[in-house]
Design a protein around this ligand. Structure first.
Ligand SMILES: [Zn+2]
Length: 251
């Protein structure tokens, strides 16, 4: 049983389903849809999807990306979420992680994908994802590397406190809100997964990614000024996952 659990291809097989699931979260969490885990429906006509219409990638291909009931186009984002989830699982597997660490890395990457996605569309990092991610990081340490648990716990606290201080300083200097509470909780999650030492590098990397994304947005025609709000969550999510991959790969 353990041998099959450590097989690298299992998460790859599970990834499209995870992607499909996290797409449901991306769509429903920010809108506070009451039945979060209710049946998936066509976003145009409300047609409830049968189980065989929910097979990742295959259903999309067979139905040529259209709803079977009303014929309207299914959001290509759904397919993108499934592919990104596969890409994340492949990246985790490529680090040589196995067993518990393999699944933990996938869970981290998939959750960060959902968080970054939601933040980029809604300027929101839901507690329903950040808080469990903190707990999961500490649980993973306790299970897999108990000697690192204290450092990870300190990392989580330091992540939160440092970010709150940054936000306070920013507000004091710029007289406006720039960094949210959600970002602080996401950095706490980074600390819980990475430990204390990698945190400054992670924040720096996130800032660089943020700059890059801002430049890209400008190239694509968005006018940016110092007052333009750009979500920090996506950059922090990418930086956290990149640092986790690097640490695991260096092992
Ligand atoms: Zn429809």
């Amino acid at each position: 049983m353990w041998v099959t659990m450590t097989s690298w291809w299992l998460p790859l097989l599970a990834a499209p389903f995870a992607g499909s699931l996290l797409f449901v979260l991306v769509r429903r969490l920010p809108r506070e849809v009451p039945d979060l885990w209710g049946r998936s429906r066509c976003e145009t006509c409300g047609h409830a999807l049968a189980p065989w219409e929910l097979v990742p990638i295959a259903s999309f291909a067979i139905q040529r990306g259209r709803c079977r009931a009303c014929g309207s186009l299914i959001s290509p984002d759904h397919l993108a979420a499934e592919f990104l989830a596969v890409l994340i699982a492949a990246a985790v597997a490529a680090t040589g992680a196995d067993g518990m660490q393999l699944w933990a890395g996938c869970a981290l990457g998939w959750t960060l994908l959902a968080l970054g996605w939601i933040d980029s569309e809604h300027f929101l990092l839901p507690d329903a994802l950040t808080l469990p991610l903190i707990v999961a990081g500490l649980t993973e340490a306790w299970w897999d590397v108990p000697e690192a648990l204290a450092d990870r716990a300190i990392g989580a606290i330091a992540g939160y406190v440092v970010f709150r201080l940054l936000a306070w300083g920013y507000r004091w200097v710029r007289k406006r809100e720039g960094l949210g509470h959600g970002d602080a909780k996401l950095l706490a999650a980074s600390g819980a997964w990475l430990g204390t030492l990698p945190l400054p590098t992670t924040v720096l990397l996130a800032a660089l990614i943020g700059l890059r994304l801002a430049l890209l947005a400008r190239v694509r025609g968005a006018t940016l000024s110092a007052a333009t709000a750009l979500p920090f969550g996506p950059s922090l999510a990418i930086a956290t996952f990149a640092m986790w991959l690097l640490r695991t790969w260096l092992g």
